[in-house]
Design a protein around this ligand. Structure first.
Ligand SMILES: Nc1ncnc2c1ncn2[C@@H]1O[C@H](COP(=O)(O)OP(=O)(O)OP(=O)(O)O)[C@@H](O)[C@H]1O
Ligand SMILES: [Mg+2]
Length: 468
């Protein structure tokens, strides 16, 4: 199956690209969170994506948000796709509510150096590696460039959150942790620690971000813990981490995994999902004889279809790019031709000569967009764009008269190698060419109907005129 490693579309603005998730602004104003298959280990994102990892994380977060909605409302509006969640935009509280039930990780390292108080919480003497605390503790951090351990008192005095809200967050965090620990314990999994994020929606506290996923929590197998608490490992990532350590070269971890290691990591994520939810991840079910290549295995195609069905994206885009606002009317003329075809159109302005650097940013989105697209370039831009993008570029130069057209055409038609710019003189033909370049089955059907309608019109005219 193919993986989802990056999400981009010229139709919706990117809000934030995290290590694993890409957040965008949906047309409704809500936040669209795309959980990709990226994996981060040792604080950097690997080049290899893990099949199904995004769907596992998104599915698990959704599962937990549903299970805990009676404790606190959350941001979920709808699971749009296995890899996508539409959520309400909240005013985020810049605090990570970390809840821990066992001493491990950075806290264990601090403890071994003699630290006993963490974010204002003092823990007992004599704890051994991975020992359980008498009760779960909340050790908040700030959410900034590098997160900082901080006491609740300082969170309040530094203005991160009010005391009243902090107290609510602490109570809710412990309640959520209790529900999570209990349910996971029934599945033989220990919820070691996790973090929650909260936000305000119309002045009310809600739970945001992700919840009880392997990326926001540590899971241990209860069986392994019982055998030897000190050697127990994180159920999801530890396998990849160990492989990276074993394959370190010149002090550097590998940037990519072998296909076998990625497959094994994928298998482990799927097993965690199935163990927690009690059924296999729906999008990972093997293809059946009656539904071979049903599309479920093509994560990108499935995601696009679901985003289109939800009204968040159109299934294709056309960007009409001018190098000067003076060409706006000409661009509008081209744009009008797309009416009735349900394609996303947008006008853009950039000058290859004056702000060529902007082209790189636009090209990045065009080149990686989830949906197919075509660029129509006006005036001299076609070559600069065609040389930088992997979608069709059609040049449609504006002209005052044929003398000017003859001049413009040369610069548009004679192109160096590696500059596959296509030139069409009439705005309506440029648009028609773009619709054909998109090559979508639904557009091809519609264009066939257009062709038949034109023929019928001609036949009707012939019938009429021959009587005269
Ligand atoms: N419903 C929401 N409303 C507003 N902001 C939200 C909402 N849900 C999540 N966020 C914020 O969106 C951001 C998501 O970032 P994300 O987790 O993808 O990357 P990151 O936190 O910057 O880095 P990392 O990849 O290390 O986690 C977080 O700052 C989170 O607080
Ligand atoms: Mg985050």
């Amino acid at each position: 199956m193919n993986t989802l490693i990056h999400f981009a579309s010229p139709q919706i603005p990117l809000l934030h690209r995290g290590k694993v998730r890409d957040s965008l602004r949906a047309p409704s104003g809500d936040r669209l969170i795309i959980v990709t298959d990226r994996l981060s280990a040792f604080d950097s994102v690997l080049e290899t994506a893990i099949p199904h990892k995004g769907a596992v994380l998104n599915g698990l977060a959704n599962f937990w948000f549903e299970k805990t909605a009676h404790i606190i409302p959350n941001h979920v509006i709808k699971l749009i796709d296995a890899n996508a969640m539409l959520v309400k935009e909240a005013e985020p509280i810049k605090v990570e509510m970390v809840v821990r039930n066992y001493i491990t990780g950075s806290m264990l390292r601090g403890y071994q150096k003699g630290q006993r108080t963490f974010s204002g919480v003092t823990v007992p003497e004599g704890l051994t590696k991975h020992q359980q605390f008498p009760a779960p503790i909340v050790t908040p951090t700030t959410k900034e460039e590098s997160d900082r351990e901080i006491t609740p008192e300082n969170l309040v005095s530094e203005g991160w959150v009010t005391k009243e809200l902090y107290d609510q967050m602490a109570v809710k965090s412990l309640m959520l942790f209790a529900v999570g620990s209990k349910l996971l314990a029934e599945k033989g999994i220990i919820l070691v620690d996790t973090k929650y994020e909260f936000g305000l929606l119309n002045g009310k506290l809600i739970l945001i971000d992700e919840m009880h996923t392997p990326d926001s929590s540590r899971f241990w197998s209860a069986e392994d813990y019982a055998k030897n608490p000190e050697t127990v490992e994180q159920m999801d990532k530890e396998y990849v981490r160990q492989w990276l350590i074993a394959n370190k070269k010149d002090g550097q971890y590998p940037r990519a995994l072998t296909p076998e290691v990625a497959q094994e990591a994928s298998r482990r994520y799927l097993a965690i999902y199935e163990r927690i939810v009690g059924e296999p991840l729906p999008t990972a079910e093997p293809e059946t004889a009656d539904a071979p290549g049903s599309g479920r295995h093509d994560a990108r195609a499935r995601l696009l279809a679901n985003l289109v069905a939800a009204g968040i994206l159109k299934d294709a885009w056309v960007n009409i790019v001018m190098d000067s606002p003076a060409d706006k009317d000409h661009c509008e003329k081209i744009r009008q031709q797309f009416e009735g075809y349900d394609v996303f159109t947008q006008l853009r302005v950039t000058s290859a000569h004056t702000n060529g650097e902007a082209i790189a940013g636009m090209a990045e989105i065009w080149n990686t967009s989830i949906e197919p697209g075509v660029i129509i370039a006006v005036a001299g831009l076609g070559s600069a764009l065609a040389a930088n993008v992997n979608v069709p570029v059609i040049s449609c130069p504006p002209y005052k008269d044929y003398a000017e057209l003859a001049m413009n055409l040369n610069s548009s038609v004679i192109m160096p190698s590696g500059t596959p710019n296509l030139t069409v003189v009439r705005p309506d033909n440029a648009a028609q060419g773009a619709l054909r370049a998109l090559n979508l089955p639904r557009l091809r059907q519609q264009l066939s109907k257009d062709i038949l309608a034109t023929k019928a019109k001609l036949r009707a005219a012939d019938e009429e005129f021959k009587q005269l």
